[in-house]
Write a protein that binds this ligand. Sequence first.
Ligand code: AMP
Length: 272
Amino acid sequence: MFERILFATDFSEPNLKILDFLPEFKEIGTEEVVVVRVINLNRVVGVAGGINIDEYIEECRREAESKLTEIVGRIECLGLKAKPIIPIPAGDPVNEIIKAAKENDAKLILMGSRGRGIIKEILLGSVSEGVARKSDIPVMVIKHKTEVKRLFGRILYAHDLKEHSERVMKYVKFIADKIGSEIVLVHVVEKGEKLAEEKLRIVEDELSGYKFKTIVRHGTPHKEILKVCNEESATSVFIGGGVPETVTEKLLGSTADAILRYSKVPVFIAKS
Ligand code: AMP
């Protein structure tokens, strides 16, 4: 399921710490890591006046290719195949990362997040949020400051009892089958709603045989999910990505957006 994954790197030290998690991916069946670095042209557009874009790209490519080779070497040392995307793409990082994942048939996009403040994100745009929102391939975002040592030891599976969370089930089970993860199934009943007990039972039935417990909370989904994550010492959160449905979601962003932005532990998000 995760034979080939794509690692998006900005070459920063905290981003490269993500390589420490690769042995765990190997345990869940990863064989090859495709590495992509994008020359970010969003930054140049505003100052393009005096500079020759082609020369700029060539210079960035020369610098980046030697760094990519170094990263590929580090991955190979872990006993995994590694493939750099060369020539290094130049453009918008979000689009280029998604394109590289598709073209190389990657089953997951693994990336970091600087977890900047909201104002900066609005001004500069967050690459991880952009990829998570647009990608049809599952994405795992690991905050640069994360303190988690293992990703899949204790998975918090946030389920809204609708189809888009159900799609995440196959990934949760696959990983738990491989490494015996504990699963914390969390459902939040929103204000004015009633617990759909029957639907919850069906989800619980699907998890029978796995090490899991269920937690039902009442309130705002992302707030409760993040609270439970903390209380239960989850090592990652698994959520379904979807198109915003309600008016509030359209205005404020979806639960997935909020979890991605505020979660301290890595977030796995899948739409399909
Ligand atoms: P964010 O803090 O949300 O902008 O996301 C930062 C993460 O996006 C990094 O850890 C990388 O995984 C990825 N990223 C950002 N810029 C680039 C780039 N130029 N090339 C490849 N990946 C990038």
